[in-house]
Design a protein around this ligand. Sequence first.
Ligand SMILES: NC(=O)c1ccc[n+]([C@@H]2O[C@H](COP(=O)([O-])OP(=O)(O)OC[C@H]3O[C@@H](n4cnc5c(N)ncnc54)[C@H](OP(=O)(O)O)[C@@H]3O)[C@@H](O)[C@H]2O)c1
Length: 302
Amino acid sequence: MRIVIAGGSGFIGRRLIAALLDAKHHVILLSRNPEKTLKTFPAVKSEFWDAKSSGLLVDILNEADALINLTGESIAAKRWSSEQKKKILSSRIESTRAIVNAAEKTQHHPSVLLNASAVGYYGNVPEDEAAETYPKGIGFLSDVCDQWEREALKIQKLGVRCVLLRTGIVLDKEGGTLQKLLLPFKAFIGGPLGSGRQWFPWIHIKDEIGIILHAMENEKIEGPVNLSALESLRMSEFCKTLGSVLNRPSWLKVPEFALRLIFGEMSEILLQGQRVVPRKIIDAGYEFRYPDLKSALTDLLH
Ligand SMILES: NC(=O)c1ccc[n+]([C@@H]2O[C@H](COP(=O)([O-])OP(=O)(O)OC[C@H]3O[C@@H](n4cnc5c(N)ncnc54)[C@H](OP(=O)(O)O)[C@@H]3O)[C@@H](O)[C@H]2O)c1
């Protein structure tokens, strides 16, 4: 397949491109900095895209069988000032809108758009199980995901299948949340953030990529898809398992007020969670490579 991937130069995208190339797909990457990306993937055709204009995209999308859009300002890069919140939202809305507008002008529409989203859509869900039918929650991230998903779904009017990748916390050995959590544990001062009772909807990077490929190839999969592991864990259970795999204690709780003081509203990322159930992908027959945290962390850290 000819696959156009926007925002593919990042944490998830780099792994995804490697998997797509392994599977002998033809990949075209859209990036604001194509030269940099070209160095990592010399076999990938890399095109400049400002992440908001649709004009130049039409010719590129004309040749595509599938579109994957992972574009977006990192939610954890900076404290959420009102300017940063605008950037988090607009980078997602403008890029998705441009892709849908360009797809509308193509003679040959792609068959599928896989658009990034996040389990933050559900807001804070302390007790219930959140499968894909669970309603939208409250809060900044939930609002961002909702508006982002609505933009992506507009492509359906062209008869294009649209998959919303509601991703949890992706674990990989290089970068992401796991690398940040490792530091205190390695220094013997690891422990849960906040009360530790909030859910921690994790997923191994190989399952993240495996589910994206499964959803791309399976024409019956449409709409929101939860990308989280089978084993639901609270933050304290996650930290306990991380400590045991590293042979380090998990004891030093970072109090909620301290996190709120340091991170402001952004502490929502750390203090809230959801007991996510990946119902749709289970029903579609996807087999998880790392259903439980112990096997995932053992793979990533040993
Ligand atoms: N990583 C996770 O655990 C996780 C969890 C849930 C949801 N997600 C979502 O999944 C998507 C991919 O995640 P990721 O971790 O791979 O993201 P990432 O590493 O931050 O990469 C996203 C890409 O978006 C582009 N980008 C960054 N800032 C931008 C801005 N201000 N305006 C326009 N484009 C910008 C960049 O591409 P260029 O510089 O090449 O243009 C970047 O490589 C994101 O939308 C994220 O919200 C990720």
